[in-house]
Design a binder for this molecule. Structure first.
Ligand SMILES: Nc1nc2c(ncn2[C@@H]2O[C@H](COP(=O)(O)OP(=O)(O)OP(=O)(O)O)[C@@H](O)[C@H]2O)c(=O)[nH]1
Ligand SMILES: [Mg+2]
Length: 559
């Protein structure tokens, strides 16, 4: 009643002192606010009309752009386009998976980029050497301090050997200096001159995704950096890496001496020096890399580490019946930066997503976030996964969960690293690969079940509001027909395994399709993966592709 009354025209005449007379209307507050100035000169009037005209054009341009985007989305959907989001914390392997897609579906494009990857690899090597020296000198300093605290005589043997080690290391460092000094130049070339306050100064540098695609001669660009800023041209990068390779060739032997030095080996074995997987890979392979005409191999490219900043879109044309045969579908793959500071940028991409591949690096149980050293990385991954599956916009989206870095997990467990030391809830369970995988999987599954329950409750509440009856079970809802998106009611797995509810449905049949009751449980596909293993990863990609394709075709028919 009150609302109605207040929206009526006031019964009393407008107060001329408060609201001066207007040609358009006495009552309209908008007309009052937007009225022209009372004593406008002809020039002012002309300028105002021009500004209004420009603003109108600008507004119309925005409307047209939005409408075009909506049309494009509608057309893409109608064409069965698959929009795939790669999500997960930093270092979880998203960009590595994107590279595997590229190897599989656009191998020519990665060949065009091959030379450019040298810059990243050289920078990875420089950073790794610095990490080794930091650990070496820190540990030598600590030992010296401990030694002097014990007030041992200066001639003690361990002190003498430490002095020899220190001298050794100082000499190696001096010989590597000409190579190490390229760090800033390489980093600034890759970053494209953008000043960044990196969240991980200890080892990381951010690069806008797509830096390697700025090839002037390429016309078949299959990637777009949608948050693009100026980047160096690839030829510039390539020219720059030639002399660096020359210097690397001269000091490659020295890097090998450093990596195999007895003191460095001791630090690695005692876990006082933890080299990232890519660091160790490049140091171990230094003799192969430090050679004339070095060209990165597929494996080198997969291992090369750059932190993604922003979101990059990759387009692939994927054939319907396995690779290279039959008709094809456009796939859009979005690779995002996974550090905490970047996660807020993901949300706009949730709308219209066909599927999410969430990467959970299960080897990281003994690691902590670079952004917050108090947070265990597996814990962060689990919480992040919880937020993703609970997100309302992703409610009916096809979910694929990759328990990644399984190779590193196996290696750590073999070396005797105990999960329970870092994740106390693991308790006295056997420290075996099988048990650890099952334990982590169970926790991620619980997150999904919890999210499903919440979605079901929300949906039931909504339906109850519309006059439908809510069943007593919180995971069941009554509704008139099948769910709009088949993926939300399906439990299929391309391999017929690893289904969230333990129900295998190799044929991908829908449960209770047209029944009046239907549980809300989304399709979730899980795989234990090693992204650097091309053969197994590509098999998994094809399996995921096939299952997504079935869903997307079904979805397209519904439009
Ligand atoms: N050994 C091994 N290394 C992996 C695996 N997955 C990724 N890596 C390596 O881990 C590093 C980080 O992987 P990225 O793909 O760059 O991680 P990301 O999720 O894109 O990280 P951000 O861009 O920071 O969000 C790379 O050097 C990869 O080669 C894996 O399964 N096994
Ligand atoms: Mg990345």
């Amino acid at each position: 009643m009150h609302a109605l009354a207040s929206s009526r025209r006031p019964a009393y005449p407008p107060n001329p002192l408060i609201r001066p007379a207007s040609l358009e209307s006495h009552d309209d507050p908008l007309a009052f606010v937007t009225r022209p100035p009372l004593h406008e000169s002809p020039q002012e009037r002309q300028a105002r009309l021009r500004a209004e005209h420009d603003a109108r054009l600008h507004s119309e341009a925005i409307d047209a752009k939005l409408s075009l985007e909506r049309d494009q989305i509608r057309r893409r959907k109608a064409a069965g386009e698959v929009k795939l989001l790669l999500l997960g914390q930093a270092e979880s392997g998203k960009s590595t998976l994107q590279k595997q897609f590229q190897f599989l579906y656009a191998p020519h494009s990665i060949n065009n980029e091959r030379t450019s990857w040298r810059a990243v690899i050289f920078l990875n090597i420089i950073r790794s050497i610095k990490v080794v020296f930091d650990a070496v000198f820190l540990n030598l300093d600590l030992r010296e301090q401990a030694h002097s605290n014990q007030r041992r005589p200066a001639s003690s043997t361990s002190n003498i050997s430490d002095d020899v080690i220190r001298l050794d290391m100082i000499n190696i460092k001096a010989r590597l200096e000409p190579f190490l000094q390229f760090e800033d130049r390489l980093a600034s070339q890759l970053i494209g001159g953008i000043q960044l306050s990196s969240a991980t100064p200890k080892k990381g540098f951010y690069v806008r995704s797509g830096w390697q695609w700025n090839l002037p001669h390429r016309s078949d660009r299959s990637h777009t950096d949608i948050t693009n800023l100026g980047r160096p041209s690839t030829t510039e990068l390539d020219e720059m890496t030639e002399p660096i390779l020359g210097i690397l060739i001269e000091c490659g032997g020295e890097i090998h001496t450093l990596r195999t030095h007895a003191f460095v080996q001791r630090l690695i074995q005692s876990r006082k020096l933890k080299l990232d997987e890519w660091s160790d890979y490049f140091l171990v392979n230094i003799r192969r890399i430090a050679t004339p005409n070095y060209m990165p191999t597929d494996s080198d490219i997969l291992r090369a580490r750059v932190q993604t900043m922003g979101i990059s879109e990759h387009q692939f044309t994927v054939s319907q019946n396995g690779v290279g045969a039959g008709s094809s579908l456009p796939w859009l793959l979005y690779d995002v930066g996974g550090s905490r500071g970047q996660r807020h940028t993901w949300a706009p991409f949730f709308e219209d997503a066909t599927a999410v591949i969430f990467m959970a690096p299960i080897s990281a149980f003994d690691q902590y976030l670079d952004e917050d050293y108090r947070v265990n990385r597996v814990q962060d991954s689990l919480e992040l996964f919880g937020q993703i599956v609970e997100n309302e916009l992703l409610r009916d989206v096809h979910m694929v969960l990759f328990f990644n870095k399984a190779d590193i997990l196996a290696k750590k467990l073999e070396q005797g690293v105990e999960v329970t030391r870092y994740i106390t809830s693991y308790g006295t369970r056997p420290n075996t690969y099988h048990e650890v995988c099952a334990y982590f999987k169970e926790h991620f599954m619980k997150m999904c079940t919890r999210a499903d329950k919440k979605h079901a409750e929300a949906k039931a509440a909504k339906l109850a509001g519309k006059g439908y009856i809510h069943s007593s079970s919180s995971t069941q809802i009554h509704r008139p027909g099948a769910m709009k998106n088949a993926s939300s009611s399906k439990q299929s797995n391309a391999n017929g395994k690893d289904n969230i509810n333990g129900k295998k449905d190799v044929n991908g049949k829908e449960r209770e399709k047209d029944g009046p009751k239907e549980e809300y449980k989304r399709a979730l596909f899980t795989h234990f993966t090693s992204m650097v293993d091309t053969k197994s990863t590509q098999k998994i990609i094809v399996a995921v592709h096939d299952s997504l394709l079935r869903e997307s075709l079904k979805h397209a028919k519904l439009l």
